[in-house]
Design a protein around this ligand. Structure first.
Ligand SMILES: Cc1ncc(C[n+]2csc(CCOP(=O)(O)OP(=O)(O)O)c2C)c(N)n1
Length: 355
């Protein structure tokens, strides 16, 4: 099954990305790459609990989410933190969460990195792999019933497609034709399990056929291709024409997480081959071909991003930790008696110890 090849220029719905938009998206990709490098260093210094990088997947993430309107719902995984920047959040917001400091919107209630930006329709990340799929289909069904003009996009890795939740969600989405897009990043590896051993199907996209809707494969390292295919799927969902599964073929250049050493299970030559298809370099080539690559654009972008990342990290590091009493907040609308007892006991002990 091949990705459709319609040229964006022929598409009446949305004009092709303008030069300034491409420059903006290139800057975002560089910024998020440097953010990941900095977060990894901070984890090694013991300042962050753990981190999962999206290195190599920036085009798939940014190219797809850029298509969406702010009112649309997004159910991301731990790898799609770049989307926060598209929704008007800052690098400091991301660092605040990683440090679980006082400015963290969820005050460290989720184990970092499990970002949650409710006011931006970025739904809290679910730790159990695949559990986001039924949640997203439920949200999309609600939008359909309530006649909200909102599309839901749910992200997942190819490993997550082996979970039962994925199949339940796909079936439900197909039967009820809900306005949802399943965006699967096939990044080659689910920790140490290769994509080749994840399924006996010819692709991940082909699975959509069994559930009665379209599956499309796209080069996940080509931002323009990702943008085009996602735009078409989102438009279809918005028109009430049902769901789409997109398989973005990409590669996780880094480790699964800061706790992982991929040299234990994969060949460095494979990584080297994918480094040649770095999505940031591919976008640079596309922009040069189009003639929207100003002199010294790469150098200036990188230097600006480096400074921005450093400043955001320093500002987030300077934030105090949340008040311990916030441990008891934001779980129940009305605090149940047993939690109130624990809080009061805690406050008695804290006042006795003078803390
Ligand atoms: C139900 C469940 N099983 C196992 C895990 C441990 N785990 C966390 S991430 C992960 C791999 C997920 O791989 P994939 O879906 O391909 O996404 P990727 O990390 O490659 O982006 C696993 C097995 C988990 N969090 N939840």
């Amino acid at each position: 099954m091949a990705a459709k090849t319609a040229k964006q220029e022929d598409d009446p719905r949305r004009p092709p990305l303008a030069d300034a938009q491409l420059q903006h998206l290139y800057r975002l990709m560089v910024k998020i790459r440097l953010f990941g490098e900095r977060a990894t260093i901070l984890q090694r210094q013991g300042r962050i609990h753990s981190f999962l990088s999206c290195e190599g997947q920036e085009a798939a993430i940014i190219g797809s989410a850029h298509v969406l309107e702010d009112r649309d719902w997004i159910f991301p995984t731990y790898r799609e933190y770049a989307i926060a920047l598209l929704r008007g959040l800052s690098l400091k917001d991301l660092f605040d969460h990683l440090f679980a400091n006082q400015a963290d919107r969820i005050k460290g209630h989720n184990l970092p990195p499990q970002y949650a930006f409710r006011d931006r329709n970025l739904v809290s990340i679910s730790a159990p792999v695949g559990s986001q799929f039924p949640q997203a289909v439920g949200a999309a069904l609600a939008a359909k019933i309530l006649k909200y003009d909102r599309v839901t996009v749910v992200y997942g890795g190819e490993g997550a497609t082996s979970q039962g939740d994925f199949h339940v969600a796909m079936n439900f989405a197909g039967v009820w034709k809900v306005p949802v897009v399943f965006f699967i990043q096939n990044n080659g590896w689910a920790i140490s399990v290769s994509a080749r051993t994840q399924t006996a199907s010819e692709s991940f996209a082909v699975k959509a056929q069994a559930y009665g809707f379209d599956g499309e494969i796209v080069d996940g390292n080509d931002l323009l291709a990702v943008h085009e295919v996602t735009d078409r799927a989102v438009d279809k969902a918005r028109r009430g024409a049902g769901p789409t599964l997109i398989e973005a073929q990409t590669y996780r250049l880094g480790p699964h997480s800061t706790s992982d050493d991929p040299r234990m299970y994969r060949d460095e030559a494979e990584v080297g081959a994918w480094r040649k298809r770095d999505p940031i370099v591919l976008l640079e080539q596309a922009m040069r071909e189009r003639g929207c690559w100003p002199d010294e654009f790469a150098e200036k972008t990188r230097e600006d991003a480096r400074q921005e990342v450093q400043q955001a990290a320093n500002q987030a590091l300077a934030e105090p930790l949340p008040d311990v009493a916030t441990l008891f907040e934001d779980v129940y609308h009305t605090m149940p008696w047993h939690l109130r007892e624990q809080m009061e006991e805690f406050q008695r002990r804290a006042s006795r110890s003078g803390s």
